[in-house]
Design a protein around this ligand. Structure first.
Ligand code: KG4
Ligand code: ZN
Length: 347
C-alpha cells in the first residue's frame, strides 16, 4: 500500500471509547482503548444513554493520548476515519461529529467506516491476508459469514436468525451469575469445567445453508440449570455449565463454517483463508475448534490477536487507510447510522 500515509481512527459505537494512529506500513503507532465496562456492569448490559455521555466526556482525551503516544502532530495525519455505524446511535454521533470537526479544522479528508468492515479487514493489517477470503464475523451485535472480495465488496453467505454469538455469551453469563461482558467471563469459568457434562443442542446443525441460531441454546441452558437443584449454583456445576455452553457454541459455529466454506468455494474456488473476527473471535477454544475445520478444507484460519478482535480504533484507522488507498473518502454530510448492513444478497 503506497504511498506512506497515517490515519487517525475513532471508535465509539458501543462501550469502548477508542482512538488509534496507524500507518500504511502497518505500524500501529497508538491504540488507546478506554473501556466503559465498569460503568455498565451494575446494569449487566450496555446502557446506550450512559455510553453516549461517557464517549462525549472522554473521546477528546483519548484522541490526545493517541497522538501523544504516537508522537504524531495533526499536520502528520493524512485523514481521519470514524466508525459511522452500525452501532448505538448516540455513541456513533459523538465519534463521527468529532471526526468531522477534526477534518474541517485541520483540512483532512473524512472517512466514514463501517464497523463490521473494520473487523473484517483487521487480518489484512495483522497478517497481510489477500482478497478474497471467507470471514466469520462474531460480535455482540452480529454473527455472519461474509465472502470478502475487496474493500466494500462483500457477499453475505449466512447470518443469525436470532441472537448474535456474543449476545448468547452475554445472556448465558448473566444466567450463570458470571460478570459482564459475558464472553471473557464464560471463557475464564470454563477453564476449570467439564465441557461434556451437560449435553446442549447444536442449533441448525446439518442444515444445507450457512445460517446461524443461538436462542435455542440459551433456552436449553435455562432448562439444564432448572434441573440442577442447588441455588445458587456450586462452583463446579457453574464451571461445567460454562464449559458445556462454550463447547456448544464452538461446535455450532464449526458445523455452520463447513457450509459457509462450500458457499464461499462456489464464489471463489481458489480462496484459501478463513478470517475469524469480532469480539467473540478472542475466544481461544473457539479459535482452536475452527482452525480444525479450516485445515480439513485446506484453508488457513486467521484471527487477529485478542486485543484487535474486541472493539478498538486501530481497525477503524486501518479500514480508513484501505479506503484512502482507493481514493474513497466521505462527504461531511455522510450520516451516522444505527443500522448499516455490510452486504446484501446470497450466492
Ligand atoms: O466486537 P465487540 O467488541 O463489540 C461489538 O461490536 O459487539 O464484541 C463484543 C462481544 C461481547 O458480546 C463479548 O461478550 C464477546 O464479544 N466476547 C467474547 C470474548 N471476548 C469478548 N466472547 C467469547 N469469548 C471471549 N473471550
Ligand atoms: Zn465490534
Amino acid at each position: 500500500m503506497a504511498p506512506d500515509r497515517t490515519v487517525l481512527g475513532i471508535e465509539s459505537s458501543c462501550d469502548e471509547t477508542a482512538a488509534a494512529i496507524v500507518d500504511s506500513r502497518r505500524r500501529i503507532r497508538a491504540n488507546v482503548i478506554l473501556s466503559q465496562h465498569a460503568q455498565h456492569a451494575p446494569f449487566r448490559g450496555v446502557v446506550p444513554e450512559l455510553a453516549a455521555r461517557s464517549h462525549a466526556d472522554r473521546l477528546d482525551l483519548t484522541i490526545q493520548e493517541a497522538l501523544r503516544e504516537a508522537g504524531c502532530s495533526w499536520e502528520a495525519l493524512d485523514a481521519v476515519a470514524a466508525t459511522a455505524g452500525p452501532g448505538l446511535l448516540g455513541g456513533v454521533l459523538v465519534g463521527t461529529v468529532t471526526a468531522k470537526c477534526i477534518a474541517l479544522v485541520h483540512g483532512l479528508p473524512y472517512i466514514a467506516v463501517n464497523h463490521l468492515e473494520a473487523h473484517a479487514l483487521t487480518p489484512r493489517l495483522t497478517d497481510r491476508v489477500e482478497f478474497p477470503y471467507l470471514a466469520l464475523l462474531v460480535s455482540g451485535g452480529h454473527s455472519q459469514f461474509v465472502a470478502v472480495a475487496g474493500v466494500g465488496r462483500h457477499r453475505l453467505l449466512g447470518t443469525t436468525r436470532d441472537d448474535a454469538a456474543g449476545e448468547a455469551f452475554d445472556k448465558a453469563a448473566r444466567l450463570l451469575g458470571l460478570g459482564f461482558p459475558g464472553g471473557p467471563a464464560i471463557e475464564r469459568a470454563a477453564r476449570d469445567g467439564d465441557p461434556d457434562r451437560f449435553p446442549l443442542p447444536r442449533p441448525l446443525a446439518g442444515r444445507a445453508n450457512a445460517d446461524l441460531s443461538f436462542s435455542g441454546l440459551k433456552t436449553a441452558l435455562v432448562h439444564v440449570m432448572g434441573r440442577q437443584g442447588s441455588d445458587p449454583l456450586d462452583t463446579r456445576t457453574r464451571a461445567d455449565l460454562a464449559a458445556s455452553f462454550q463447547k456448544a457454541v464452538a461446535e455450532t459455529l464449526a458445523d455452520r463454517l463447513e457450509q459457509a466454506v462450500y458457499a464461499f468455494r462456489r464464489l471463489h474456488p481458489a480462496g484459501t483463508v478463513v478470517v475469524l473476527a469480532g469480539g467473540v473471535a478472542a475466544n481461544q477454544s473457539l479459535r482452536a475448534r475452527l482452525d480444525v475445520v479450516a485445515s480439513s478444507h485446506a484453508m488457513r484460519l486467521v484471527a487477529p490477536p485478542p486485543r484487535l478482535c474486541t472493539d478498538n480504533a486501530a481497525m477503524v484507522a486501518w479500514a480508513g487507510l484501505e479506503r484512502l488507498a482507493e481514493g474513497s473518502v466521505s462527504p461531511l454530510e455522510e450520516p451516522a447510522r444505527a443500522r448499516w448492513p455490510l452486504a446484501g444478497g446470497r450466492p
